[in-house]
Write a protein of this length. Structure first.
Length: 168
């Protein structure tokens, strides 16, 4: 197994404690550590008032490029839950470039779980909470199929992808 050189620069996914993404980004700026915190504009209505603000596109995550020798500096303010090393950096950098392009486009963006066709999922909200089924088509998700194995039949129900979570 190769031991990385202390001056090697690597990308990490910094999983922050709740609502600490911007604080960690400020720490990384102060420490002159390259990072990326994708932000999306959000609009909330409070009665007659409308408030616009930015929020993290991926709540709980900041991406940082750190010299391994200085990795301990990102733990200074107790903002992190954990740090995850990026395995395939070329793929990661390509995906981050795509995220940057989406954010810069000004189009409305929403995060959806990347769930493959045939993945077993559980409904996590709404009237079908707790029901398990199989994703029908993740490219054009129309819902899930709930199996009745004894009849070798399935029931298809339309449900939003953000109401689903994969079953392990």
């Amino acid at each position: 197994m190769n031991t990385p050189a202390p001056d090697e620069v690597r990308w990490f996914v910094c999983h922050t404690k709740p609502r600490c993404e911007k604080k960690l980004a400020a720490l990384l700026v102060a420490e002159k550590i390259e990072h990326y915190l994708p932000l999306a504009e959000s609009v909330k209505r409070y009665g007659p008032k409308i408030k616009k603000f930015t929020k993290p596109l991926f709540p709980g995550y900041v991406f940082a490029q750190v010299v391994l020798e200085h990795k301990a500096r990102i733990y200074q303010q107790d903002l992190l839950a954990r740090v995850i090393a990026v395995g395939n950096e070329s793929q990661f950098l390509r995906q981050m470039a795509e995220v940057r392009a989406l954010v810069a486009s000004g189009l409305e963006i929403s995060v959806r779980p990347a769930i493959a066709r045939g993945t077993r999922v559980k409904v996590i909200s709404g009237p079908l909470w707790g029901v398990e089924g199989v994703v029908d088509d993740p490219v054009n998700p129309k819902g899930i199929i709930v199996s009745v194995d004894v009849l070798q039949q399935g029931l298809h129900v339309c449900i939003a992808a953000d109401c689903l979570e994969p079953v392990e």
